[in-house]
Structure formats: C-alpha cells, structure tokens
Design a protein around this ligand. Structure first.
Ligand code: SF4
Length: 475
C-alpha cells in the first residue's frame, strides 16, 4: 500500500482494505513502521487509528499489532534525519508550552501526539475543553468591557455581574458548534451551569479586585500566534532549526504604583505547583508566561517592572453538600479555602499584602512579626530566585527542543508519588510499556528540599553557559 507523504485520497485498494477492520489494523501497523523508518505517513492513517480505537472488536488486534511496534527500550531513538523530517518540517519546531511539558512526561507520549499525531476523536458535543474555553471567553469579554469603559472590577455589583455574564453568553452560545448549546434541554442545562460558574467566578474576581492593589491591564495576550500576536519565544537549535514557543497569557495585572506586575492563568480543573515539577520540566507554563510578560513590558514600559508573582486562578463552582443549613459566612469560608490560588509570589510581605489584603485569596500567611510561615516559604520567591527560574525556563525549553531533534521517543514515563505519566494516557495501546515487564520501569522523581533543587538548577545553568561558551569558542 502506498504511504506517500501528504497523500489525502484513498486508493481503491486502500478503501477495500479499510472495509475489513482487521486488515486495516495490519495496514496501520505497516504504515506506522514506515513513519518510524522513513518519517512519512499518509494522513488518512491517523483517521484509521482513531476509528479502530473506537471499535470494541478491534481493541485486541489493535493492541497486538501495535504494541510490538515500539519496543520499550530506555535508549529508544529515531535516526536524527527521521526526527528532523517528523518534528521540524521546513526547519521549524513549534508548539505551546504544553507540548514541551508532554515530552518531559514521557518522550513516547510526545512522539505519539506530535509525531504520529494520533488523537482521540472528538465527537460533536460539549467537552471539558469547550467548557473551559467558553468560561475563558466569557470572563475575558466582561474584563475587556470594564477595562474599555475605564471602570474597575470592584465597581460591579451582583446584579450587574449577572446581567453582564448573561449578555456575553447570549452572544457567544449561538456561535458555538452550530448552536449546539441551544439544541437540547440537556445543553440548555449545561449552558445555565456555565452561566452560574461564570457569575460565581466573576464575583470572586470582583472581591479579589477590592482586596488588592493589583488590577487587570491585559487579557488573553497571545504570543506566537500569527498576525496581531506578540512574537513567539524563539531559540536557535542545531541543524539550523528554529524553535518557536507560543501560548496565551490569560491576564496581566499591574499594581497601583506601576512598579510590579502579576501574571494570572485561569484554570477550570485541579492545579498545583511545586519546584520539583519545574525542575523536571513538567510545569513550565506559568514561568513561561511570566518570562513573555517581562520581555513585553521591557519594550512597552518606560521603567523596569518587577514580577510580583504568577498565580493560577480557579474558574469553578462546585456544589457543597452539608448536613446542616450553612450560613453565608460558612459558605464563603468553604469556597475561600477550596479556591485559594496556587502559584508563587514575591517574598516580600508588603507585596503579598498588596496582592491580597484579606488573606482570602492567597494561600500564604504572614506572622504578627511580618514573616512568612515556614510551611508557606516554598510559595514565595526572592527577586534573585525569580531571575534564576526565568533563566531556567529558557534553558528547559531549548534543551527539550534539542532532545526532540535527537529523536528521543522512548516510553519513559515519570512517576511522582502515586501519579504517573501513564495515568489517563491515550497511547497505552501502542507504546508497549508495561511496568510488570522486565526493562519497563518508571522514571521516579524524588522530591528534595527546595534549597537543594535551586542549587541544582543553578548548577545546570552554569553547565549550560559553559557548554555554550565552549561551543562559541570553537566556532
Ligand atoms: S502509557 Fe505511559 S509509557 Fe505509554 S506513552 Fe503513555 S505515558 Fe508513555
């Protein structure tokens, strides 16, 4: 069967083969072997994979045909010429930060997603992704309306907040997937739930704005996304390849003195942040956004602005069941505790109070003597530590790009505590990784004190600087 790169039409023979599910699985295995050896794969094989994965009677043949294809060797590498053909067409490797985090989770997972481009098929319907996108759009529209009118969030009362959200949803919902959200009672119910979540989230953002000297100045700033966007974060890799990292910063806030800025990323699911995850390249998103915002402000502001922090902000509202009728104060305390914002802020009690004067929003406590509680110390960073971490995110993005070009596609998943890269991974059927087999072991990430990790980070940076200097001295 032909496997020409870029082929879009199925030949007569291919159609006949696809009519027989089992034969199509055999053909898929051959096509994937071709991709692995020559770096080419006709696009329709991705559809075959997605289709076959949804046929219960094909699940065993699919697993058998594909699991032997990629032997689970920790040294697994594609030839560099094939890696270049697959990952850096036209000498350009690009992606969002999530792509590089996925490589850090497991190189094979990255290969299956971005090399083989195998994805779970999306049926028509509302997914968690759409739910989050709609919430994001709704809050961005509310924020932009207020900003354009020169108004503060804190000026918005409950009734106005409700009307604002309903107006925005009334505009957006009919445009979503052919009026899907208006099509059935179930979707109408979902739309009402999104509206309620948006209203509660807006109310919380308004409360925070009242408790803070930091206020939003920019919403959903895209970098590396084409016309009108900020430029990508770019790096020069070997073989003349250009690495472009793109993304979107949900919010940038300035403090009232104009000295500090804050980056805020909205999340609809669970989220946390620790230094080990950054050290291992698993969580680079917030630091990347902070770096991009810093670069941007260096160009747009007439004075230096310092990072006051980077925070996740939850957009969610979950029902809370109690065995008694909770008072409004109890309800408020419950949600304050559940929705505290993970992330890191500047290790300066004055700045922390300026971000949150009430202690309702940041999970950071200050003693009567004006010091941070020891258990909260990992959540604050000195200006020097922020500088080191911003340099490190540059290092990690560039280094990950280099490793991708070296053809690393090993099924080498991380394990951190009980969590592993394999949890919810859609590529289990083809990677061949099975921790009960000899030679298949998780890459265990051992937690250490933050001070030790910071020392290692600096060490890596020094080694990298020396490596680059050595390279340029020999150039
Ligand atoms: S199941 Fe685990 S080993 Fe296999 S691709 Fe996914 S993360 Fe990697």
């Amino acid at each position: 069967m032909p496997e020409e790169e870029g082929a879009t039409e199925l030949s007569h023979e291919a159609v006949l083969r696809l009519a027989d599910g089992r034969k199509s699985v055999t053909g898929l295995a051959a096509a994937l072997r071709g991709l692995r050896e020559r770096g080419t794969l006709a696009p329709y094989w991705r559809d075959v994979y997605n289709w076959a994965g949804e046929q219960p009677e094909l699940s065993t043949p699919l697993h058998l045909a594909l699991s032997g294809l990629f032997a689970p060797s920790p040294q697994e590498r594609l030839p560099e010429s094939v890696a270049l053909a697959i990952f850096a067409k036209h000498r350009r490797l690009s992606g969002s930060v999530t792509r590089f985090e996925e490589f850090a989770q497991c190189p094979f997972r990255h290969f299956a997603h971005y090399g083989l481009r195998l994805e779970e098929r999306r049926e028509q319907g509302m997914h968690a992704f759409d739910f989050g996108t709609l919430l994001h759009s709704c809050l961005r529209a509310c924020g932009e309306t207020l900003h354009a009118a020169g108004r503060s969030w804190r000026d918005v009362g409950e009734t106005e907040g409700h009307e604002m959200v309903q107006d925005v949803l009334g505009e957006i919902a009919p445009r979503l997937q052919n009026e899907l959200l208006l099509s059935t009672k179930a979707y109408e119910h979902l739309l009402a739930r999104i509206g309620l979540t948006a209203e509660r989230s807006l109310a919380r953002l308004i409360s925070m704005d009242s408790a803070s000297q930091f206020h939003p100045v920019a919403f959903e700033r895209i970098f590396g996304g084409g016309s009108g966007a900020m430029p990508p974060l770019s790096y020069d890799l070997p073989h003349g390849v250009r690495l472009d990292v793109r993304g979107q910063i949900d919010r940038i806030d300035f403090d009232e003195s104009g000295r500090y800025f804050l980056v805020v990323d909205y999340k609809t699911g669970k989220m946390s942040l620790n230094l080990l995850e950054v050290y291992e390249g698993l969580k680079l998103q917030l630091l990347t956004y902070l770096l991009v915002a810093k670069n941007l402000l260096q160009k747009t502001e007439d004075h230096e602005m310092l990072p006051a922090g980077m925070l996740y902000c939850f957009l969610k509202y979950e029902w809370w069941q109690t065995d008694h009728k909770a008072s409004p104060e109890e309800i408020r305390k419950h949600f304050d505790a559940a929705l505290k914002m993970p992330g890191w802020v500047l290790a300066d009690p004055e700045v922390v109070r300026a971000i949150d004067a009430t202690g309702r929003f940041l999970p950071i406590r200050i003693t009567a003597k004006g010091e941070f509680y020891a258990s909260d110390r990992p959540k604050v960073k000195t200006p020097e530590e922020f500088d080191i971490l911003l340099k490190y995110v540059n290092l990690m993005l560039e280094k990950t790009g280099e490793e991708i070009l070296l053809g690393d596609i090993a099924p080498r998943p991380y394990q951190m505590g009980k969590r592993t890269a394999c949890d919810y991974c859609p590529y289990r059927a083809i990677c061949g990784f099975d921790p009960t087999l000899d030679g298949c072991t998780y890459r265990r990430l051992i937690n250490r004190k933050d001070e030790e990790l910071m020392e290692d980070i600096q060490q890596r940076e020094q080694e990298r600087d020396a490596e680059k200097k050595g390279g340029s001295d020999h150039a």
